[in-house]
Design a protein around this ligand. Structure first.
Ligand SMILES: Cc1cc2nc3c(=O)[nH]c(=O)nc-3n(C[C@H](O)[C@H](O)[C@H](O)COP(=O)(O)O)c2cc1C
Length: 321
């Protein structure tokens, strides 16, 4: 497993990466949703496609997915340009038994971008920088952002109010402004983003890239179950609650699925006797769907490339205004 492969993925500097993207967008990593097909479609449409390593059921399957992505993304686009690079999401929390084996595969393939969530970005930085890759860490508070900045990350994902999955509660305008006071790396904004003109708004606020999850759940390339897709199509913003009950940290959930379990946004734990973050609760609970505020703007299933083409038009029109 520790064998180092000849370069399959191209590693880029932060400024080369920004130049490579046709649209300043990352299709965010989503548990049980992001598939190799989705990542390939997004990268070939000119944005970063991200996926959690644990979406592959075993480390061996994750290794095979990296091989598939390497092949699919080595082919030039019809206009001769290169696809955007993929990003691997590693859950760097102690409760993730897959961290070590998956990190070994990340190093073996020299994943160009590694996104750390719920934990300590510092445990991957030296190794990823050593092979030329970039590390982005997700953060929900100024305290987290300061810690990530000190650890030397290349970028931060600011999880703002209304993000799907584990969410922040801060306002994006205030959060970007506060982090920009001490950090000049890549700033990525997450939470309720579904439109190209919002990407332009993010740039005008002083950030660089948008992180967009919920919109990409309802694509033919996503591996989300049909019930999840239908729930998103049927939901409005008021149907999204954020609750600590699943894992001990706030996550945006479909109100009706929480109600089925007798939960309210104030419920602290899904099961008794838990007193610290426990990600396994998220894995174990079937029929409970996560979605962000952007669900209100998702009316139908749409191919990833078509979403990105539409967002690119909206982004260009906004930039020209
Ligand atoms: C169903 C679902 C699963 C998610 N799983 C993960 C995950 O495994 N790792 C992670 O870092 N973020 C995860 N997220 C969060 C997304 O990466 C991203 O922060 C979020 O979707 C952005 O907000 P938006 O959904 O409003 O666009 C998940 C989000 C959703 C909706």
């Amino acid at each position: 497993m520790s064998e180092i492969l000849p370069t399959v993925f191209e590693c880029l500097t932060a400024s080369e990466l920004k130049q490579r993207l046709r649209l300043p967008l990352i299709a965010a990593p989503m548990f049980k949703v992001s598939s190799p097909e989705l990542v390939t479609a997004v990268c070939r449409a000119g944005a970063i496609g991200a996926f959690p390593s644990i979406n592959a059921r075993t480390p061996a399957l994750f290794d095979a997915w990296m091989a598939r992505l390497g092949e699919a993304l080595s082919e030039a686009l019809p206009d001769g340009s290169r696809p955007a690079p993929p990003a691997v999401n590693l859950l760097t929390h102690d409760s993730n038994p897959r961290f070590e084996p998956d990190f070994e595969i990340v190093r073996k393939w020299r994943a160009p971008v590694v996104i750390t969530s719920v934990g300590k970005p510092e445990i991957v930085i030296d190794a990823v920088h050593g092979y030329g890759g970039l590390v982005f860490a997700d953060v929900v508070s100024l305290h987290h952002a300061r810690r990530a900045a000190r650890s030397g990350v290349d970028g931060m994902v600011l999880l703002c109010a209304g993000a799907g999955g584990q969410t922040g509660r801060l306002n994006p305008m205030a959060f970007v402004e506060a982090v920009r006071q001490f950090y000049d790396g890549i700033l990525i904004v997450a939470g309720g983003i579904t439109r190209g003109y919002q990407l332009r708004a993010i740039e005008l606020m002083g950030a660089d890239v948008a992180y967009c999850g919920t919109r990409f759940i309802v694509t033919p390339e996503s591996s989300a179950p049909e019930e999840h897709k239908a729930a998103i199509i049927g939901a409005e913003i008021d149907d999204v609650w954020d609750s600590d009950a699943m894992s001990g940290i706030p996550a945006s959930m479909l109100r009706s699925s929480l109600e089925k379990l007798g939960l309210t946004p104030e419920t602290r734990w899904l099961q008794e006797k838990r007193d610290k973050y426990d990600w396994s609760a998220v894995k174990e609970t079937p029929g409970v769907f996560s979605l962000g505020h952007g669900a209100g703007d998702v009316a139908k299933e749409e191919a990833a490339a078509s979403i990105i083409a539409r967002m690119t038009d909206e982004y260009r029109q906004a930039a020209a205004r």
